[in-house]
Design a protein around this ligand. Sequence first.
Ligand SMILES: Nc1ncnc2c1ncn2[C@@H]1O[C@H](COP(=O)(O)OP(=O)(O)OP(=O)(O)O)[C@@H](O)[C@H]1O
Length: 259
Amino acid sequence: MNLFDTMNDADARHLTKGIVISAAGVTKQFGSGTRALDGVDVDVADGDFVAVVGPSGCGKSTLLRMAAGLEQPTDGSVALATDSVGFIFQEPTLLPWRSVRANVELCAEIARLPKAERRVRAQRAIDAVGLSGFEGQRPRMLSGGMKMRASLARTLTSEPQVMLLDEPFGALDEMTRLDMQAELQRLYADRGFTAMFITHSVSEAVFLANRVIVMSARPGRIVADIRIDFPYPRDPDLRYDNRFTEHVADISETLRGAR
Ligand SMILES: Nc1ncnc2c1ncn2[C@@H]1O[C@H](COP(=O)(O)OP(=O)(O)OP(=O)(O)O)[C@@H](O)[C@H]1O
């Protein structure tokens, strides 16, 4: 399906062809008086993998929540070209009374996919995130990392056109995190969804994204927008490539100046 077939009129007014997420002049002032974002302009093209890095509290989650329609800007506008969106929060948010399999099937169930199709997709996603053998477990039996894997599998099962990910791997141990990064970029290479991914890890951003956006301290503004041109799928050894470490050094330097 063409993304733009699903655009509603309000979105269409804001979006030019090929742009899936568009934030224009976005400012967010909370009722508490906190000004989280200040004049943010960003366009995410169809098929882009955009990572967003920035100091803690600079408004990254707020921007992502706006893209998902969970928050409204005080000024400016945010438009999304599709309602096929998967959101992965910092917390895995699994239903405790459901098994892993039943949790993973949930999005596909809500999307009313036939049961057999749900089963196949859920199993594929469970295998992809390394949870095979745990299908019958309840969430309380899982480690934090396994819960996050189940959450990722649940979102993958509905095969969203846009994935909005808010520090999904932040709670994982280093080895698991590297495995999940490898898995996510492989899935991205296979499925070609559009992604907006928030992280505090510059090397995670460079490994996953074809574009890294650096935000300033609150109120967040965009201070850099860097292309990362390594082809997908990416080999984990890319991390030892000089061009990779140069990107990490440049972005880290920009981040230091943005605090
Ligand atoms: N609903 C809310 N009401 C009031 N203030 C809020 C609300 N949501 C977020 N904030 C404030 O807005 C600012 C930006 O928050 P946000 O969570 O977007 O930042 P962030 O860059 O994602 O932070 P972190 O990297 O620490 O997760 C913070 O100061 C936060 O306390």
